[in-house]
Design a binder for this molecule. Structure first.
Ligand SMILES: Nc1ncnc2c1ncn2[C@@H]1O[C@H](COP(=O)(O)OP(=O)(O)O)[C@@H](O)[C@H]1O
Ligand SMILES: [Mg+2]
Length: 286
């Protein structure tokens, strides 16, 4: 059974008129346990609106969200539970840090779950480790940290609730390349270790290719594609029409292939490109 399911989900922000445009329209998707889903799409295509449905922050105007096969809007209790089972980290989450210390900020979520002090401490330390925040920083004020560190503390706060599904809305937005790679590595390590479902929204086709097992493409409020990285990225022309550019390196390899060079077309990152070129050069020496 999929861990999360959207069944005919539409959302209109104001219910005033039935002709009001839908921020998401008739979304049908299933997300399997342990999957790492990358969501990509133009600004305004409905990515944030969609993910805010997964933990009951937004209620579908039409349709249902099923968590473990159960409608999350079945009762007050199920909505409340979904907030803990599905941990959502907003875009620019560092603006929501407010406690006096890093430790207290990471502990905020688990505290709300009424865990014991000991359980909270364990969860905080584990989450801090995932995001590379050392115990020596616990007593610092979150406001004395760098931008990248603040972001990681905020993410740790959601991880510390040990949600069944972790959702990160544009976790690398506004960070420099180093900070970005750090976050990506961290998401990968977290997923590998916990085997939990992770959903992340991204602007970068390259970042999605680096991490995701499945890619969800949103276009004008609708799901345009939902498939493996290879299957989605091979539809380069359609993606370009949606204003989404496949990575530069992918374009180069696709054009080499067109010109008759025997290369793989499934190259999405510079590292993959390097390996493929080395293979090609090595092969031609024989
Ligand atoms: N709180 C809101 N009230 C009214 N309209 C909104 C609200 N949030 C988003 N929208 C609109 O819904 C559409 C989808 O937005 P959003 O889900 O934020 O897209 P994305 O995350 O892909 O950029 C946009 O047209 C946006 O202007
Ligand atoms: Mg958004």
């Amino acid at each position: 059974m999929p861990v999360l399911q959207a069944v005919n989900v539409s959302h209109r922000y104001t219910q005033a008129s039935p002709t009001q445009f839908s921020a998401i329209e008739n979304v049908n998707i299933e997300i399997e346990n342990g999957e790492l889903v990358g969501i990509i799409g133009h600004t305004g295509s409905g990515k944030s609106t969609l993910v805010q449905h997964f933990n009951g922050l937004l209620k579908p105007t039409e349709g249902k969200i099923l968590l473990d096969g159960k409608d999350i809007w079945e009762s007050k209790k199920t909505v409340h539970q979904s907030r803990f089972k599905v941990g959502l980290c907003f875009q620019y989450p560092e603006y929501q840090l407010f406690e006096e210390t890093v430790y207290k900020d990471i502990a905020f979520g688990p505290k709300n779950m009424k865990l014991s002090e000991e359980e909270i401490d364990k969860a905080v330390r584990k989450a801090a480790e995932y995001v590379g925040i050392s115990a020596s920083m616990f007593q610092k004020s979150p406001f004395d940290l760098s931008g990248g560190e603040k972001r990681r503390v905020a993410i740790a706060g959601v991880m510390a609730m040990e949600p069944q599904v972790l959702i990160l809305d544009e976790p690398t937005a506004g960070l420099d390349p180093k900070g970005r790679d750090r976050i990506l590595d961290m998401i990968k390590a977290y997923q590998k270790d916990t085997k939990k479902t992770v959903i992340f929204v991204s602007h970068s086709m390259e970042d999605v290719a680096k991490l995701a097992t499945k890619v969800l493409v949103m276009n004008k409020s609708r799901v345009a594609m939902y498939d493996t990285v290879d299957n989605v990225y091979s539809r380069a022309e359609e993606l370009t029409e949606m204003g989404l550019n496949v990575p530069q390196v992918t374009k180069i390899f696709m054009s080499l292939k067109k010109q008759g060079v025997d290369v793989s077309q499934n190259i999405y990152t510079v590292e993959q490109g390097k390996a493929e070129l080395l293979r090609l050069l090595g092969g031609s020496k024989k």
